[in-house]
Design a protein around this ligand. Structure first.
Ligand SMILES: NC(=O)c1ccc[n+]([C@@H]2O[C@H](COP(=O)([O-])OP(=O)(O)OC[C@H]3O[C@@H](n4cnc5c(N)ncnc54)[C@H](O)[C@@H]3O)[C@@H](O)[C@H]2O)c1
Ligand SMILES: O=C(O)C(=O)C[C@]1(C(=O)O)C=C[C@@H](O)C=C1
Length: 363
């Protein structure tokens, strides 16, 4: 049984990263979830992950409370039209990273906008597909809601309830304003990250061997799916271009000042760095909700077969659930650092178990 006040029966069209994450979050709240995707393998995996049941083909027997269209931006309007023709749900929403163009396309196609509230959860990952889905992806994150003027109050209520049920904070915003805002806080930064990462294609082994956390932080999102992102960027081209031009100006000025080499020039570069500090400090913390903070237990691991399996087994014996793992390799050395993410209360127990079994766990 679904918890009170949340959509009890939800259809998810598009079982990729975002659709499957929403489905998993809603299943956790007791909702019945029906899934569909044009890609049979994605659909099968989402079902196997426990995100819901496959939606039967054809017209719906009885409309669900809500249908979530978790497809690329360019597919939102046609998917909405098709879903409404099939009578899939009483209310519809999408999750696309751009809002104005899909809304205009939906109006042009003659979709019923009185039951459509466009949405955009500001949470994601650099990986696509259902395998990357997480039921806690949206905890404490903003979820933009852009209701067209004709949207009924009950439609707005249902989509707001979906965002809240996924643990997010609904933020009502006009579609054009949304697009300008995300150009600055999401789409522009994405291209900048890609530009920095693109420089690495010509990096030699020495440079790559010296790569630390800084470049990893700046380029994480550059690993995202280019097909999805070209769709996002071209649907929000003008606002993104403006952000990129402003960043390019700052970079060009910094480059010429560095070449100049004078003290005065250095002071001007410092001004950019200070503005960077100030801008970064303006990013608000997550809006309430449970924070997904794990403790990281670092373990020095020799590069030999079976090592990881033994460490995972030791964690199991200590009764510690591993939430995530990453391996930092020491270039040129048969050693690496395994970073095991666990719930904070389990970190010391795991560290002690591993030390007792002979592994080096710094800290
Ligand atoms: N990736 C992110 O970090 C992120 C975050 C927030 C919102 N979004 C938005 O969410 C949407 C989905 O992105 P994703 O990251 O989950 O992508 P994804 O590639 O992981 O999943 C998209 C899924 O949609 C399916 N699909 C495509 N066209 C379809 C159609 N016409 N009918 C049915 N299924 C169709 C694909 O087969 C795929 O399984 C996009 O609009 C994106 O802008 C993405
Ligand atoms: O953190 C990531 O990996 C993201 O891709 C997240 C991010 C973002 O820029 O914040 C990217 C695009 C989405 O539309 C929403 C969220």
């Amino acid at each position: 049984m679904a918890e009170e006040g949340i959509p009890g029966r939800v259809v998810v069209v598009g079982t990729g990263l975002i659709g499957t994450s929403i489905a998993l979050a809603m299943r956790k709240r007791g909702a019945e979830v029906l899934l569909t995707d044009r890609d049979a393998a994605s659909l099968r995996m989402a079902v196997e992950l426990g995100a819901g049941q496959a939606l039967p083909d054809g017209a719906a027997e009885e409309p669900a409370d809500l249908a979530v269209l978790a497809v690329p931006p360019a597919a939102v309007a046609v998917t909405l039209l098709d879903a409404q023709k099939r009578g899939l749900a009483k209310v519809y929403t999408d999750v696309a990273s751009v809002k104005a163009l899909p809304l205009a396309q939906a109006a042009q196609l003659g979709c019923d906008l009185s039951v459509f509230v466009a949405g955009h959860p500001l949470a994601g990952r650099e990986r696509s597909g259902p395998a990357a889905a997480q039921d806690d992806l949206f905890l404490g994150r903003p979820w933009a809601l852009c209701a067209p003027p004709e949207a009924k109050p009950e439609a707005v209520e249902a989509v707001t309830a979906l965002a809240r049920a996924c643990g997010a904070e609904p933020v009502t915003v006009d579609a054009e304003e949304h697009d300008r805002a995300v150009a600055l806080v999401s789409h522009g930064p994405h291209v900048v990250s890609a530009a920095v990462a693109a420089r690495l294609t010509v990096a030699d082994d020495v440079a790559l061997g010296l790569a630390g956390q800084g470049v990893r932080d700046v380029t994480r999102i550059a690993a995202s799916d280019p097909r999805l992102w070209i769709g996002i960027l071209s649907a929000n081209s003008e606002p993104v271009a403006e952000v990129l031009e402003a960043v390019a100006t700052d970079l060009a000025v910094a480059a010429s000042l560095l070449r100049d080499g004078s003290e005065g020039a250095a002071a001007h570069v410092a001004d950019l760095l200070l503005r960077g500090n100030a801008g970064r400090a303006r990013i608000p913390g997550k809006h309430g909700g449970d924070q997904k903070t794990y403790a990281v237990v670092p373990v020095m691991i020799p590069d030999r077969p079976g090592e990881l399996a033994m460490i995972f087994q030791a964690a199991g014996i200590a009764g510690v659930n591993i939430e995530d793992v990453a391996i930092e390799h020491s270039p040129g050395r048969p050693l690496g650092v395994l970073e095991i993410s666990v719930k904070p209360e389990a970190a010391e127990r795991l560290a002690e178990e591993l030390r007792a079994r002979g592994w080096s766990v710094p800290g």
